[in-house]
Design a protein around this ligand. Structure first.
Ligand code: SF4
Length: 348
């Protein structure tokens, strides 16, 4: 499903290496790769990621911006695929490319789709263009399972060849590297990419995390005191979560409070007051990856993690469970909390 949307800005500053700006004509991506980390980064529900929004006025906005902004390298796209199926109809990437090139900007296009071949004329018209074709695996069945909406690997390899033959600087973005990839098959991959004309191979690792668990307070205390963690998930009732939260705070480890039996307003208030980074009922366990990602992003960017938490669990979520007056016993606290989030947002 694709809907029409509008944007106010076309070029955003990029913090990715080698790119000055990012340009995303679409929000969401129908390729729907299971490992895609864009939805949590954008605070979007993963299930809604394939419902794509086409920013239909982006060429008009870009036309204005390229006159005012300093030329630089533009990544297309940085959080979605610029040649996903919606591009066939809307041609937003196609309309943006000449606007950039005419004004001295360079374009670094990255896609999993051979639809990019449609624009060979434009891409080949300037030596300020590089095209990266993302290939995760050459195993067609595995690709179908992991990247259900994207063209199969053999079509992507053919796209590398056709682009290279058209004289376009073409590279393979090999990633994310899957744990199932055995060492013996690595040379065959490199050979396949090089023989199809890739000038460069960029490798990206799969984002994974190591999980360490403890089933009682003493074990958890020992782990927190003796090891370094990016994040701790603490059960409030089962293992004296607040006792562990104090240790996590001392060690500057952001902590997420998870609970089934202590899901009530006083424990939410206590979690915030005692320095936790989020408070989750166990029914949200299936979305925990998104919540944890929010906390890590907030830590990395110096933002208040409760802002993202509130976006995912709005008041209506708690109203339904605790009744509309659940804040009344701590009115002053909630007023201060709301203000602190607002101030923090305006500073950011
Ligand atoms: S192609 Fe890229 S943006 Fe689209 S779902 Fe896959 S990983 Fe996400």
């Amino acid at each position: 499903m694709t809907r029409r949307g509008w944007c106010r800005t076309a070029l955003s500053p990029s913090h990715l290496p080698g790119l000055d700006y990012s340009l995303n004509p679409y929000k969401g991506c129908a390729h729907n790769c299971v490992y895609c980390y864009a939805p949590p980064l954008l605070h979007m529900d993963r299930n809604r990621w394939p419902d794509v929004e086409a920013r239909i006025n982006i060429p008009q906005v870009l036309r204005r911006e390229v006159k005012a902004k300093k030329p630089g390298i533009v990544g297309l796209s940085t959080v979605t695929d610029p040649y996903q199926p919606a591009e066939k109809k809307f041609e937003l990437t196609r309309k943006c490319l000449p606007l950039l090139l005419k004004r001295g900007f360079s374009a670094n296009v990255q896609t999993k789709s051979d639809l990019v071949l449609r624009d060979r004329d434009l891409l080949g018209s300037s030596d300020r263009v590089a095209v990266g074709i993302t290939i995760t695996t050459l195993d067609e069945d595995l690709s179908n399972a992991l990247e259900p909406g994207a063209p199969p690997p053999h079509r992507r390899l053919q796209a590398v060849k056709a682009l290279a033959e058209a004289g376009i600087y073409t590279y393979v973005f090999w990633g994310p590297l899957l744990p199932s990839l055995d060492e013996e098959s690595l040379p065959a991959y490199v050979e396949a990419f090089a023989s199809h004309g890739a000038r460069e191979i960029m490798v990206d690792m799969l984002r994974m995390c190591k999980v360490t668990t403890a089933s009682n307070f003493e074990d958890a205390k020992k782990l927190l005191e003796t090891q370094n963690f990016d994040l701790a998930v603490l059960d409030i009732m089962g293992v004296d979560g607040y006792g562990l939260l104090a240790i996590a705070n001392r060690k500057k480890i952001p902590a997420v409070m998870l609970t089934a039996h202590a899901f009530n307003p006083p424990n939410l208030v206590k979690s915030i007051k005692e320095g936790a980074a989020a408070y989750l009922p166990k029914e949200e366990i299936s979305n925990i990856a998104d919540f944890l990602n929010d906390v890590l992003v907030a830590k990395a960017t110096g933002k208040n993690p409760w802002g993202a938490w509130q976006d995912r669990l709005p008041s209506s979520f708690f109203d339904k469970r605790w009744g509309a007056a659940w804040r009344d016993t701590d009115k002053e606290f909630w007023e201060t909390f709301r203000k602190s989030l607002k101030e923090r947002t305006s500073q950011n």
